[in-house]
Design a binder for this molecule. Structure first.
Ligand SMILES: Cc1cc2nc3c(=O)[nH]c(=O)nc-3n(C[C@H](O)[C@H](O)[C@H](O)COP(=O)(O)O)c2cc1C
Length: 231
């Protein structure tokens, strides 16, 4: 961990700038859609996946885990929780129209209730956009192989183009904070349902760039969490 404050201070000060570095045309550049995506119905809850811990107990019990059970997880429930998280981000920050919306992808490796593979999630809905075969060997997509032993991974993406056009480096900072809140929101909702998982930076961006149309500007990965039943 870097503790050289002399080097970090100018970096942190730089994040206060509200001067956009973009060309002012961010609104013209849309996040690429998935025309072949198949709409998926999220499930608000399932008998074997219900909130069992209240907020106090969830916060007391929560810990990061890289050791996972082999059972599949109800992906349709995870999709519903993630969509709720994105709706909450949209409604509470009220920034989607000016600074861009968050979106997310769920990589469902061991899945029940929805097809395994990649699901695209926005505040408006969910769709299945790729099968596991299109992902290739999942242990090669991240730095730490343990992540791919989870039942799945949810990754939150931001629109840095819109964030920068709205408020420069400060816009980037707000986008990163929103992504962190959304990822922890999902992780804690999963832990409240008895699942385990850990936050991490996400897959190596280049490893899924083509599949997700993630150009690193209009659609950029910010933070992710694993989820699984405990071992
Ligand atoms: C932004 C962020 C990035 C992280 N990246 C990794 C990572 O790459 N690998 C990993 O094993 N854990 C990662 N973690 C998880 C932390 O290591 C974990 O939260 C920390 O060990 C504290 O443990 P606790 O959550 O059980 O309190 C990350 C956490 C955060 C907030």
């Amino acid at each position: 961990m870097r503790t050289d404050m002399a080097a970090l201070t100018p970096l942190l000060e730089g994040l206060t700038s509200r001067t956009s570095t973009s060309d002012g045309r961010a609104a013209e550049r849309v996040t690429l859609p998935f025309p072949g995506g198949v709409p998926v119905d999220p499930a608000p809850s399932a008998e074997d996946l219900l909130p069992v811990h209240d907020l106090h107990d969830t916060l007391q019990r929560r810990r990061s885990s890289l050791v996972y059970g082999d059972q599949p997880v109800r992906t349709d429930v995870v999709l519903a929780k993630l969509r709720e998280v994105l709706v909450r981000d949209r409604d509470e920050w009220g920034l989607d129209d000016t600074a861009g919306a968050l979106e997310a992808f769920v990589f469902a490796f061991r899945s029940e209730g929805a097809a395994p593979g990649v699901h695209h999630v926005t505040a408006d809905g969910c769709s299945h956009v790729a099968g596991l075969d299109e992902l290739g060997p999942v242990e090669d997509l991240g730095i730490q192989r343990e992540f791919s032993t989870a039942a799945g991974i949810a990754a939150v993406y931001g629109n840095l183009d819109r964030a920068d056009s709205w408020a420069g480096a400060h816009g980037y900072r707000v986008c990163a904070v929103r992504a962190a809140m959304a990822t922890y929101d999902l992780n804690l909702r999963c832990q409240a349902m008895g699942l385990v998982g850990t936050l991490f930076g996400g897959f190596i961006p280049a490893s899924v760039r083509a599949l997700l149309h993630s150009d690193g500007v209009v659609r950029h990965p910010l933070l992710a969490t694993t989820y699984a039943h405990p071992r």
